[in-house]
Write a protein that binds this ligand. Sequence first.
Ligand SMILES: [Zn+2]
Length: 238
Amino acid sequence: MKIIGKLIVSGFQDLLNLFYPNPCLLCQNTLQSQEELVCTTCRLQLPETGQHRGEALVSGQIKFAGKIPVEFVYAYLYFNKKGKTQKLIHALKYRGQKEVGSLLGRWYGFQLKTEIQLQEQIDLIVGVPLHPAKLRQRGYNQSDWFAKGLSEMLEVPWSDKALIRNQYTISQTGKDRIERWQNVSHVFTVSEPDLVANKRILLVDDVLTTGATLEACTATLLASNCQSVGIITIAATR
Ligand SMILES: [Zn+2]
């Protein structure tokens, strides 16, 4: 009975697709019933960094080197202007498509789980928090959705309560490194110290740019006696 139910549902979905085709976010071709948001052809063309396999360093990783103790910094995809990654990030951040975050989290999570057993190296996944006003405006935190997808695949818990953001970070353009650092160093607070104490934290964000925000989060977490911090972002520039 269950199988028949499934067949009816999938038949109904195919019928629905005939009248209301679900386009791929990237190429607009109609998605097949087993595909989600992005078609297989586009998925295979995503510019993966392969960093967790030691394939490459991106500028963000170099920025971190020696400045603050992090276990690792990996980005799933290269960010190229007008490329596929930018389209995905844009849909995730500005077009309300939060499911893109969890989808990419599951895709990358599968690689991290099967290729480097990341699930054995971390205890808790934490997204970089948005300012409450921004959260209200967007309705969700895109980093939390990426965290959710990683959590689902790695079977490691995630939390949107551990770390909170206190104040708006003003624009960082035109400031030097020290000013940027002062600008963000008091922005975050660990709201539940018991949750992070002695834990190996995986901190996640959407795009690795200057690294100032991630540095501030890492410093806050380390000051709260977590055991270690590793960083994963959806994307980073080359
Ligand atoms: Zn496509």
